[in-house]
Structure formats: structure tokens, C-alpha cells
Design a protein around this ligand. Structure first.
Ligand code: ADP
Length: 255
């Protein structure tokens, strides 16, 4: 059994393979994650952050190299197995929420449990308990378009967490939220990380949000260019280091 919850080796992603638009977005990245880490991925726009996070989390398949989650090579799974693996192990939080507009919040949140064929009584109990925790229990019969951005985001989080995943993948999760809701979401992620050792891999462009992580991974031009571990730094010291890294990188970009 590996000491890592997630491992990627020599990860390469080429879009438009063998076409005139062929573009290599990731160039042979090696990456490991230990259970309970809270990782923030930063980097300039177009550097490959979303491609990276999608390719390490079964959303997309790398062109070459391999990814193992819980020691299982995701390339060896059929699409049916990947679907099952996802709702058993991974929770996704996206910037645009990705809720289904034709389904109520209840149905949206229940989806991973329905897919796992959990029985109806248990589904109702678990959805209600999760909705209560996120303060949206009064909204379960509403449709996403009847809810505010913050409420929709909380429903998306409830859906991501309902199956108690060991890994949460979050791509700019606070991107569409005001500062109060961003703060709440961050506190929730931090709590899950601290109380349940849930592993979090999050993309953010905001150094303050990044300062809640335990490790910063800076991606540039399809490579991991730098990593900073928080270790014994205070959050403020860590934040300063992240700000310095970002401003040094943007200065280099404009020189
Ligand atoms: P980031 O998340 O850092 O903004 P992305 O991972 O979205 O970057 O994109 C990395 C690079 O890959 C960019 O140059 C982008 O234009 C390109 N890219 C992303 N998705 C596709 C795609 N589906 N087809 C072709 N090129 C893509």
C-alpha cells in the first residue's frame, strides 16, 4: 500500500492530438499527495491548472503517464467503473456549481447517493442532515434558479460532500461568490480537512484563500514550477510568501 492517496507520474496532456491545433498543455508532471493534505494550485491563466486538476481526478484522461488514486491506476477502469469510483471517493466543487436546473436542490444533492443505489429512507435522512449543516434545509424543494449564488454553491458543496469523499477537488470554488460566502466556504473546507482529514486539492488565484492550504503548487506553462509548504509558518508568513511568489512571477511575465 502506497503512502500516497494520489500519485501522478509523467503526466502529459495533449489537446487536439494529431490535428493542426495540437497543443501540449501538461509536460510530464510528477505529483504526489499524502492523505489529509490541503493543496492549493495557483498559476497564471492558461498555465494548465484546470487541465491538471481534471487529469488527476478522472474528469479527463492524460495522453500519457499515469494517475493512481488509492493505488488504483485510473486508466485500468472502464467508464462505468470510473463513475462508481468517483462517487465513492471524490467530491467535486466547481466555480459554476454544475447543478442540474431541471432538478430540485434535494435531487441534486441526492444524486451521488442515488447513483450508488442507497435506499430511499437513508437518502432522505442524509440529504436533510447535510442540508441542515449547510443551512439550506428550507430550500430543498426549490430549483437552482430560484436560489441565490451562495445558496446554489452550498447545495453544490452538499452534493460534493454527501458521500463523505476522502478527496475533494475544487476548481476556483469561490470564483462566483461574494466575500462572505467565500469565507464560509473556505471555513467549511478547512473544517473538513482538520476534523475528518479530508484531502483537498483546490485551484485558486487568490493568495489569501491559498494561505489556508498546507501546500502551494505553482503551475506555469504546463509544468509545476514551484511548491511551498506551510509547515511551521504562521498563516500570515505563508500568505506573504505566496504573495511574493505571485508578484515575482508576474514581474517575470512582463519583463
Ligand atoms: P488554466 O486553468 O491555468 O487557466 P487550462 O488548463 O484551462 O489553464 O488551459 C491550459 C492550456 O490548454 C491553455 O493554453 C488552453 O487554451 C488549452 N486548452 C484547455 N482546454 C483545451 C481544449 N479542450 N482544447 C484545446 N486546448 C485547450
Amino acid at each position: 500500500m502506497s503512502e500516497y492517496i494520489l500519485q501522478a507520474k509523467n503526466l502529459t496532456k495533449i489537446y487536439g492530438l494529431h490535428s493542426e491545433n495540437e497543443f501540449e498543455a501538461l509536460h510530464g508532471i510528477d505529483f504526489t499527495v499524502t492523505s489529509g493534505e490541503f493543496i492549493c494550485i495557483m498559476g497564471p491563466s492558461g498555465s494548465g491548472k484546470s487541465t491538471f486538476i481534471n487529469n488527476i481526478s478522472t474528469i479527463d484522461m492524460p495522453t500519457s503517464g499515469w494517475v493512481r488514486i488509492h493505488d488504483i491506476d485510473i486508466r485500468t477502469m472502464s467508464s462505468h467503473e470510473i463513475g462508481k469510483f468517483r462517487y465513492q471517493n471524490l467530491g467535486f466543487v466547481f466555480q459554476d456549481f454544475n447543478l442540474l436546473d431541471t432538478h430540485t436542490l434535494f435531487e441534486n444533492i441526492a444524486m451521488p447517493l442515488s447513483l450508488a443505489h442507497i435506499d430511499r429512507t437513508q437518502i432522505i435522512q442524509r440529504v436533510q442532515a447535510m442540508a441542515k449543516q449547510l443551512n439550506i434545509e428550507q430550500l430543498l424543494n426549490k430549483y437552482p434558479y430560484q436560489c441565490s449564488g451562495g445558496q446554489r454553491q452550498r447545495a453544490a458543496i452538499a452534493r460534493a460532500l454527501i458521500n463523505q469523499p476522502q478527496i475533494i477537488i475544487a476548481d476556483e470554488p469561490t470564483g462566483n461568490l461574494d466575500s462572505e460566502n467565500s469565507h464560509e466556504l473556505l471555513m467549511l473546507l478547512k473544517k473538513l480537512n482538520e476534523d475528518y482529514q479530508t484531502t483537498i486539492i483546490m485551484v485558486s488565484h487568490d493568495p489569501f484563500i491559498a494561505s489556508y492550504s498546507s501546500r502551494l503548487v505553482y503551475i506555469k506553462d504546463g509544468y509545476i514550477e514551484q511548491m511551498i509548504k506551510r509547515e511551521s509558518l504562521t498563516q500570515d508568513e505563508y500568505f506573504q510568501k505566496i504573495v511574493e511568489l505571485n508578484s515575482a512571477e508576474s514581474r517575470r511575465h512582463f519583463q
